[in-house]
Every structure is written in structure tokens, then in C-alpha cells.
Design a protein around this ligand. Structure first.
Ligand SMILES: N[C@@H](CCC(=O)N[C@@H](CS)C(=O)NCC(=O)O)C(=O)O
Length: 293
């Protein structure tokens, strides 16, 4: 009998703070703030509080795409939220997102600030606000929103399910890894079949649906998520690969994926973004070179 089948749940669950796992130090069964801390506010209409994980990248790509398309009202400050250090439990962040997860957006362009949380809601809010990257024709819009919400429902099985048990859990549990590997391969096949018949998820045009799906499934299919490329045989999903490579070439995507990123090559990291010139002057390789002078 292995460890997972030997466990008999007690009548009442209790919080075992020592349960281990990569994120054990920040996981807890209660919501709300743990400390008082206001959020910083910069000079732009949009204030983003985030980190360069796939959920964060969706939004920074959208903001960079909006700016590239000429929507000056999409100028933004991107502040770093270090989730491993518990920044998401500060009182200011919790006021912006009661769910204590990045990304959170505050739109200060009108008299009363508007808070938006959940990456899918942020994408849709920005798309509607600027009338961009969401189709207006009802049928294509329905297709776009279907794929957007597909991502929001599916990625937790990839990240919280497969990624957690394959890469982060303190022990490898065959049942859990099998269960989620099967689901993730099914999801990749769903995408592959859609992208065999259509250039982008909503149809002929790139949209918020692609921006939502690409940071998760594009990274996965390139073998860059959870070191699971071989395990999941990701090379089989040729249509997803074609679409992934095409999106990766977009200049706005190249910029967006750098924002709030604190790992990887120094020239791929822009910890905070407060100005368009920051990509040229404040990427980590530039800051490191200045510090070494
Ligand atoms: N459904 C949410 C998920 C957000 C999410 O899971 N964010 C993670 C980072 S990718 C986070 O902030 N985790 C911190 C925590 O769980 O305490 C969204 O799409 O915005």
C-alpha cells in the first residue's frame, strides 16, 4: 500500500502548517489580510499589481498590445507583488483583490477607482474599455469568450492539478499525476484540434482568448513549464506549436512577458514597468551592469 492509499481522512480536517510542498509557507485556509500595507500608486491611469507568472503575463501582454495599437489610455504602472513573501496578504492588495492572488488591476482613469481581479475579467474589462482584441460580431464574440472562459476553467487542472503534483508536491503520488496528466493531454488535444481548423482561437483574428491561453499552454507545449515536455510528449501538438511560435514573435508579447518577471535570463526580466522606455533602460541586465560600474 502506498502513502496516498494509506491515508484515512479524520472526521474534521485541521490545518497542518508543516504539510510541506513548494508553497506551504503561503497557503492557508482563511482569507483576508495579514498585515497593513497600502499599495503604491504611480502616474498612469492603470495600476497593475502582479508577477510574471502565466496569469500575470496575460495582462501585461494585453496592455502592451493596446499600447502598440495606439491606445494611449492603456499606459500603466506595473508593480511587483512577491507572492512567495506574502505581499498578496497586505491590506491594500486585499482591497484590490479579496482573493489575494495576482494579477489585480486598479483603473484610476475616472473619479472613482475601479478594481478588477481575476485575469480573465481584467482582459475582458480592458478589451471592452478600449474596444480592442474582442470581436464585436455576436457569433465571433461568443467564440472568443468561450475560449477565454475555457482557459479560466481549464488552467487550474494544469497548474493546481498537474503542475502541483508533478513538480511541487513533497511526494510523487501516481494516482494524482496520472489523473492530471490525462486531463492536461486532453486539454492540449482540444486546443490542437481547434487550431487545426482556425488560425487563432476565436477565428481569423488574434484576441484576448489567445492572450489568456498562450502563457499557460504555449509555455507548456514548448517544454518550459514544470519540465514536463517529454513526460507529456508535447511535440505531438503541432497546431498548438505553430500558434505558440506565431504569437511569441509579436513585439508586444515579447515586452509583456518581461514585465514583473523576477527569474530567468537577466535581459528577460523587467521587475517593474513605469514607462515605455523601461524595456530599454531598466531590464535586469542593464541594472546589473550599472550596479557593477
Ligand atoms: N484565477 C486567477 C488565478 C490567479 C492565481 O492563481 N495567481 C497566483 C499566481 S499565478 C497567485 O497569486 N498565488 C498566490 C497565492 O495563492 O497566495 C486568475 O486567473 O487571476
Amino acid at each position: 500500500m502506498n502513502e496516498s492509499t494509506a491515508y484515512t481522512p479524520p472526521a474534521v480536517w485541521s490545518w497542518n502548517k508543516e504539510s510541506g510542498g513548494r508553497f506551504a509557507n503561503i497557503n492557508r485556509p482563511i482569507a483576508g489580510s495579514t498585515h497593513d500595507k497600502d499599495l503604491p500608486v504611480g502616474r498612469h491611469p492603470l495600476q497593475l499589481y502582479s508577477l510574471g507568472t502565466p496569469n500575470g503575463v496575460k495582462v501585461t501582454v494585453m496592455l502592451e498590445e493596446l499600447l502598440a495599437a495606439g491606445h494611449a489610455g492603456a499606459e500603466y504602472d506595473a508593480w511587483l507583488v512577491r507572492i512567495n513573501e506574502g505581499d498578496q496578504f497586505g491590506s491594500g492588495f486585499v482591497a484590490a483583490n479579496p482573493n489575494s492572488k495576482i494579477p489585480a488591476l486598479v483603473d484610476r482613469s475616472a473619479a472613482a477607482p475601479v478594481r478588477v481581479f481575476e485575469s480573465g475579467a481584467i482582459l475582458l474589462y480592458l478589451a471592452d474599455k478600449f474596444g480592442a482584441f474582442v470581436p464585436t460580431d455576436p457569433a465571433t464574440r461568443a467564440e472568443c469568450l468561450s475560449w477565454l472562459f475555457w482557459q479560466m476553467g481549464s488552467a487550474p487542472f494544469l497548474g493546481g492539478g498537474f503542475g502541483h503534483f508533478y513538480a511541487y508536491a513533497p511526494s510523487k503520488i501516481e494516482y494524482a499525476i496520472d489523473r492530471y496528466a490525462m486531463e492536461v493531454k486532453r486539454q492540449l488535444d482540444v486546443l490542437d484540434r481547434r487550431l487545426a481548423e482556425s488560425p487563432f482561437l476565436a477565428g481569423d483574428d488574434y484576441s484576448i482568448a489567445d492572450m489568456a491561453v498562450w502563457p499557460w499552454y504555449g509555455t507548456l507545449v514548448k517544454g518550459q513549464l514544470y519540465e514536463a515536455g517529454e513526460f507529456l510528449q508535447v511535440h505531438q501538438y503541432t497546431n498548438v506549436l505553430r500558434w505558440t511560435d506565431q504569437i511569441a514573435k509579436r513585439p508586444a508579447v515579447r515586452r509583456g512577458r518581461m514585465v514583473n518577471r523576477t527569474w530567468g535570463q537577466p535581459d528577460s526580466q523587467l521587475h517593474e514597468r513605469h514607462d515605455a522606455t523601461d524595456f530599454d533602460t531598466r531590464a535586469q541586465d542593464k541594472l546589473d551592469a550599472k550596479a557593477a560600474q
